[in-house]
Design a protein around this ligand. Structure first.
Ligand SMILES: *Cc1c(COP(=O)(O)O)cnc(C)c1O
Length: 488
């Protein structure tokens, strides 16, 4: 089955213009290669092409993605990403350029970035945009650094508190803390929105900013958003908009008009790059005019003839990413916006919201589940499985695992924390009514079948129920870890 790799050793020498083979070639290679690199002769499996092909094709199918089926992972906007954007990102004209090339040589790429900045500014109601941050959380951190610089510039370095609601995404308090702020949490009211009285009590002359997602992670739109902004601005703070949920309001409402001063976008999520694969992302931020001078360098500018990178910005917080950010992601977002146009973007957000509400109205009626807070939702919703836990002992984790048996990716679970046994569904605009009906019928089946079957799920997947606590504590990330583990 195995053939010694000496044939390729012989080839290496042939390429180098030398004629060596067999044992001599091996010995010479060992001498010439850095110690430690050449451990022993490789044993390369001798297998036919079709076996190799089947092996890799089967491997590729062990993983689940939005191209396999429904992926209603709330707060992640796992929408279908059209393939023309991938194709364009692979074009040599884009993929082979280098950030050290002079401005004159990369006018096309600079134009894409410049125009995307203007589109994002228009969609969000902001005055200026940077494309540098590499993720939503990175955008938050960049925004919080700008908040700090703004207060310092205005002679108020003592403003060191950032207010976040209890429904916030975990990255919000983390980013604020990373930027050196103290985090103040405000509770939600009985409608799942920010408690205004608690907010009034939380602001002071130490308030630097408030971070808010609107619609929030319950999928609920903060109806009193203008009042919230007034309270923060009145106290001298800035309003930061977590725009990861932008898919809900795309082309319909703008954070700038809700009186936010800073917003980040998740190009991966809203604009044609998949989220959740751990691959490169992009979290541009937009700011109002008074904050523009603090944006990272280089700024991309256009003088009517040429696109240029400008590093000469004395008040800038500096660089937050090597070079210009993740260009391929930026390019895909640009194409997606150009292709859909404003009417297409509006239609996307409309469908995302209609899909979420259709799904919610059916799922909330299923026995064992309950919908906290009244009223319609935007792009996503959260139900609790507390009744099922009490009545049958099945938990949200069991339901999530059982969904896998039906070829459906699990929704986000146990988040946000203010709902017990939370299941957070975000169907996005990509899914058809037939697919949503399938999800509903599967949920109905799971909630009425034998609880023991649900508790032991999944039954049909390649890997059964894993011990998640152990998996997190004993990370085995490579063959090296596995080797050490089995020796121990
Ligand atoms: C995804 C998300 C973030 C963070 O984005 P990353 O790119 O994962 O860092 C922040 N806020 C909300 C509401 C999100 O859904």
């Amino acid at each position: 089955m195995y053939r010694q790799a000496s044939y390729s050793t012989k080839l290496i020498f042939e390429y180098a213009g030398e004629k060596k083979e067999g044992g001599e070639a091996e010995r010479l290679l060992k001498e010439r290669l850095p110690p430690g690199l050449f451990r022993e002769m490789l044993e390369i499996p001798d297998v036919p092409e079709n076996i190799v092909m089947r092996h890799y094709t089967n491997l590729s199918q062990l993983n689940y993605g939005v191209d396999n089926g429904l992926y209603p992972l709330g707060s992640c906007t796992m929408k279908y990403n059209p393939k023309y954007t991938e194709k364009a990102a692979g074009l040599r004209e884009f993929s082979l350029i280098h950030p050290y090339m002079p401005d004159e040589a990369v006018q096309g790429a600079l134009r894409v970035m410049y125009e995307l900045q203007t589109y994002l500014a228009a969609l969000s109601g902001m005055d200026a945009v940077t494309l540098q941050p590499a993720a939503g959380a990175h955008g938050e951190y960049t925004g919080m650094s700008i908040v700090r610089e703004y207060h310092r510039y205005n002679g108020h370095p003592e403003r060191n508190e950032v207010i976040v609601p209890d429904s916030a995404h975990g990255t919000n308090p983390a980013s604020a803390a990373m930027a050196g702020f103290k985090v103040i949490e405000v509770p939600s009211n009985e409608r799942g929105q920010v408690n205004i009285e608690a907010l009034k009590a939380a602001v002071s002359d130490k308030t630097a900013a408030m971070m808010l997602t609107n619609p929030n992670t319950l999928g609920i739109f903060e109806e009193r958003i203008l009042e919230l902004a007034e309270i923060i601005h009145g106290a001298g703070g800035l309003m930061y908009y977590d725009g990861a949920n932008f898919n809900a309001i795309l082309g319909r409402a703008a954070p700038g008009l809700m009186n936010f001063d800073i917003v980040h976008f998740n190009l991966h999520k809203t604009f044609a790059t998949p989220h959740g694969g751990g691959g490169p992302g992009s979290g541009p931020i937009g700011v109002k005019e008074k904050l523009e001078k603090f944006l990272p360098v280089p700024a991309i500018e256009f003088d009517g003839g040429m696109y240029k990178r400008n590093y000469d910005r004395p008040h800038s917080i500096g660089k937050v990413h090597g070079y210009m950010g993740n260009f391929a992601v930026i390019l895909k977002a640009y194409l997606y916006i150009r292709r859909l146009g404003i009417s297409g973007l509006r239609e996307a957000s409309e469908r995302a919201v209609v899909n979420a509400n259709y799904l919610m109205r059916r799922v909330e009626k299923i026995e064992g589940l309950e919908l906290p807070y009244k009223g319609p939702r935007m792009h996503e919703f959260v139900v609790g499985a507390e009744p099922a836990k009490k009545e049958k002992g099945i938990r949200t984790l069991d339901i999530a695992k059982r969904l896998l048996d039906h070829g459906i990716h699990a929704p986000t679970i146990y988040f946000p924390h203010l709902v017990e046994e939370a299941l957070m569904f975000e169907p996005t605009e990509s899914e058809t009514k037939e697919t949503l009906d399938y999800l509903i019928s599967v949920m109905e089946e799971i909630m009425s079948e034998d609880p023991e079957t649900v508790k032991k799920a999944p039954h049909n997947t390649f890997i059964g129920r894993v011990d998640e606590a152990r998996a997190a504590k004993h990370l085995l990330l490579s063959w090296r870890d596995i080797e050490t583990e089995s020796e121990a």
